[in-house]
Design a protein around this ligand. Sequence first.
Ligand code: 4NP
Length: 161
Amino acid sequence: MKQQPPVRVMFVCLGNICRSPMAEAIFAKLVQDAGLQEQFVIASSGTGSWHTGERPHPGTQAVLQRNSVPLREDKVAHRLSGDELDSYDYIVAMDSDNVHSIYGLAPTPPTALYRLLDFAPHSDTRDVPDPYYTGGFDHVYGLVEAGARGLLEHIRNERGL
Ligand code: 4NP
């Protein structure tokens, strides 16, 4: 069987210290557990640059640890660029503000832009709340995990993986 190029997934939030690094780590663990790590390139970024170069928020680090989800040792906050939008197959935003900011970065509207909770049909919200302001890291973890599971299922169906 011909090997397909890896599927490239970029998770996006505002600061890239709370929600999108959490989504990146959870999704990477689901991919690893499914034995599909060679088939994916997984990253995260923020639409703002205030925290560029910083490690994920202590609340994100702690909730990942509590749930036995490894965090990449070299993960630091990164600002999304317009060029990157073209080089990823799935751009997955945490909320509708992120979606609007991404449209502002893109020379042409990105075709593969989603909100994570589009893939969590049982969720009563489509926007992942920002724990930077609310401190609700455990609640956010549950939402992000549900979205990440649904996203992986969607990609596996779409790509025949
Ligand atoms: P995130 O949370 O977008 O989930 O990483 C935020 C982090 C920092 C700020 C806002 C949201 N901030 O205003 O600095």
